[in-house]
Design a protein around this ligand. Structure first.
Ligand code: HEC
Ligand code: HEC
Ligand code: HEC
Ligand code: HEC
Length: 143
């Protein structure tokens, strides 16, 4: 009797585990070619971003990367529509002769925002001595 109960609970657990990973994988692209049309040309090799791996295997919350700010607070939650980063960070790269604060540049330019997100996280984890992704240009923009 005890053994049957144990098997039952193990089965329930296994089912829950797999359905949870299926839910995560179902509503999001697996891999994304980072080829935003804010850039008229791409000077660097296009990165194949391992989207589901980041969310699932590296256990990063959707809201670490997806947001919608209202009064300085991120009100985006899983299930809400996902806009492309360029939907809001619609400029390409800040021209050298344009003066603005780092925060303004972050809001406006895709280049500033995407590097702060990808490279920013990798660099922070590296400083903490944790497993991380590439932090240098050619290691991330691989051919
Ligand atoms: C952790 C990954 C990562 C690192 C490190 C990184 N980049 Fe990027 N970079 C990206 C992503 C993602 C984009 C957005 C590409 C897109 O969506 O079109 C991008 C965009 C760019 C673009 C604009 C698109 C293009 O191809 O012309 C340039 C230029 C660029 N990066 C140069 C650099 C340089 C120079 C460095 C080093 C100082 C660097 N990147 C480091 C991820 C990275
Ligand atoms: C480490 C960062 C990161 C995490 C974590 C992440 N995403 Fe994304 N996601 C992105 C990036 C970058 C894109 C590409 C956006 C673009 O093309 O501008 C994207 C694209 C998407 C898209 C497609 C949008 C489109 O129009 O092409 C959906 C849907 C999405 N994510 C859902 C999710 C969900 C749901 C989660 C959590 C289970 C999640 N993402 C976790 C970075 C992330
Ligand atoms: C609905 C509009 C919108 C979309 C879509 C959007 N952002 Fe943002 N993002 C903002 C605004 C507004 C700020 C400035 C927030 C503030 O300073 O209060 C911001 C700030 C940031 C910051 C700096 C603060 C922080 O949260 O770390 C980064 C990095 C960033 N965005 C990256 C991204 C990336 C990467 C994507 C795509 C996966 C994206 N954003 C999509 C509007 C957006
Ligand atoms: C919040 C933190 C975080 C953000 C944001 C993030 N990464 Fe990562 N990334 C990681 C971690 C953690 C690993 C490696 C974990 C490991 O190896 O166990 C990783 C690994 C990688 C790798 C190597 C392994 C693989 O899966 O391909 C690449 C390439 C990479 N990231 C690119 C990106 C790009 C491009 C973006 C932005 C679109 C991004 N990352 C955003 C945390 C992050």
């Amino acid at each position: 009797m005890k053994k049957r109960l144990l098997i039952l609970f193990t089965n329930i657990f296994v089912c829950m585990f797999f359905s949870a990973t299926l839910i995560i994988a179902a509503d999001m692209p697996e891999e994304i070619a980072m080829e935003s049309d804010v850039y008229s040309t791409h000077k660097k090799p296009i990165i194949k971003f391992t989207h589901v791996k980041h969310a699932k295997d590296y256990s990063i919350a959707c809201a670490e990367c997806h947001h919608d700010y209202q009064d300085g607070k991120n009100i985006w939650k899983q299930g809400d529509a996902v806009l492309k980063c360029s939907g809001c960070h619609s400029g390409a790269k800040k021209p050298k002769d344009v003066e603005m604060s780092k925060a303004e540049a972050m809001k406006k330019y895709h280049y500033t925002a995407i590097h702060a997100n990808c490279k920013g996280c990798h660099t922070a984890l590296k400083k903490e001595g944790k497993d991380t992704g590439p932090t240098t240009c050619t290691k991330c923009h691989v051919k």
